[in-house]
Design a protein around this ligand. Structure first.
Ligand code: NAI
Length: 395
């Protein structure tokens, strides 16, 4: 029997998924592409190339999506599996477009999820949430880049293992097994979306290193494009450690208050680095050396723009514009509900919100006018930790 799949998005991740999934004979893949002229570009590309080619280090895979849609109804009406391959800021608008047309029983999820994806689903689907299965990947399984739009994409690297959670929670095992089979990657089911949120180390590493690199910037262009991960010095490593410790304190407090809550997947940063990169880290003695000698991070550059006078930091890059409102701020919101202080995280957020031109934290509380464009629990009206834990089905 054919499984109908919809992929929402037209970027690197969507190209990869489209090629991999439509190479299966018993899968029918529709692309939902309402953004700009992406639908037209895909239509032209897949006609000329007879589908999407995915280059992997080992082999080439080719598959052809069966439909390119601008209409949300046409894209999802028969779908059993809907994948959002989008930056987090696009989740809400796309979910609002497709939600009325999603059939009962469908599995709908995002890769990567980022923090608070389940809050967004609850807000958009309301009572209909009980009719579907939602899921989220901790991260995108691949580093991938489009070679030719609508035609060809290259997978540069594949993560050893990727965590996935679902709601209802018991479905995480089933969804992981099916997607593992279809995508040919190793997927590890974890207990709940709270775990997925707190365990996301991108929320520490990306805003933390941006702060470390640029909080003393005097406005003068740099002569050279700065490295990102390999620029982690003792001071930045100490900042990252303190941010990680604050999340571990939040984890401990939550586990004390809710002994049945499983947050074992929320690992300290150093442990996460070792587990994720293993042999790629040559010297794992300290946090600093784990960044400096991680071969997967070698040569990766900080988000900067080239100007006539030199290089300047790009404060609108996703390391801040996605990782702050859809990651670190969501975790900060849970800490506020749980009355756990996060002074170092606040220091980074207070700096980041100025450079993003946003107002989130005011007088130490998440009450700024731009909260509406975040997924912090406060944005959805949560003021009490017990209500939050129960309403979000974390217990
Ligand atoms: P991308 O920038 O290539 O694609 C983004 C797609 O999102 C666009 O093609 C468009 O279809 C859609 N989109 C953008 N703005 C929109 C809007 N306002 N409304 C509706 N749709 C909109 O992104 P990519 O590389 O596919 O990444 C997707 C997610 O995966 C991002 O969160 C990214 O940070 C993450 N990621 C990507 C990696 C990679 O190697 N490409 C690696 C790790 C994470």
């Amino acid at each position: 029997m054919t499984t109908n799949i919809t992929i929402c998005g037209g970027g690197n991740a969507a190209h990869t998924l489209a090629g991999l999934l439509s190479s299966w004979e018993d899968l029918s893949v529709s692309m939902y592409l309402p953004f700009g002229n992406e639908a037209e570009q895909w239509q032209t590309g897949i006609q000329l190339n007879d589908g999407i080619t995915v280059n992997t280090p080992q082999k080439t895979i080719h598959g052809k999506p069966s439909a390119i849609c601008r209409d949300p109804g046409a894209a999802v009406v028969d779908s059993q599996l809907v994948l959002l391959a989008l930056p987090a800021f696009a989740h809400e608008p796309i979910l609002k477009q497709i939600a009325p047309h999603i059939p009962p029983g469908a599995w709908v999820g995002a890769l990567p999820a980022r923090g608070g994806l389940d809050l967004c689903f609850k807000d958009v689907f309301k009572d209909r949430l009980a009719e579907i299965v939602i899921f989220g990947f901790q991260t995108l399984p691949w580093a991938c880049r489009i070679q030719q739009y609508g035609k060809e994409v290259t997978i540069l690297g594949t993560k050893v293992q990727v965590d996935l959670t679902a709601q209802p929670a018991h479905m995480a095992v089933t969804v992981s097994a099916r997607l593992q089979e279809l995508l040919g990657i190793s997927i590890n089911p974890i207990p709940n979306f709270l775990c997925l949120m707190l365990a996301d180390t991108g929320q520490l590493i990306h805003p933390g290193i941006m702060y470390g690199l640029f909080h003393n910037w005097d406005g003068k262009p740099y002569d050279k494009h700065c490295l990102f991960y390999q620029a982690v010095d003792d001071e930045i490593a100490s900042l990252l450690q303190q941010m990680s410790d604050e999340i571990q304190s939040l984890r401990s407090e939550l586990q004390k208050s809710y002994p049945t809550l499983d947050l074992s997947a929320v690992r300290p940063l150093g442990e996460w680095l070792k587990r994720s990169y293993q042999a790629n880290i040559i010297d794992g003695c300290t946090l600093k050396s784990s960044f400096a000698t991680n071969q997967s991070y070698a040569g990766l550059l900080a988000p900067m723009q080239k100007t006539d006078a030199g290089f300047i930091p790009d404060f609108q890059a996703r390391y801040l514009s996605e990782d702050v409102p859809y990651n670190l701020l969501v975790t900060r919101g849970v800490a506020e509900l749980a009355n756990v202080a996060t002074p170092v995280i606040d220091q980074v957020l207070n700096w980041a919100q100025i450079h993003l031109g946003r107002e989130y934290l005011v007088s130490g509380l998440l009450q700024g006018k731009d909260l509406i464009n975040t997924r912090a629990p406060q944005r959805y009206g949560f003021v009490d930790i017990n209500n939050f834990m129960q309403d979000m089905h974390y217990l």
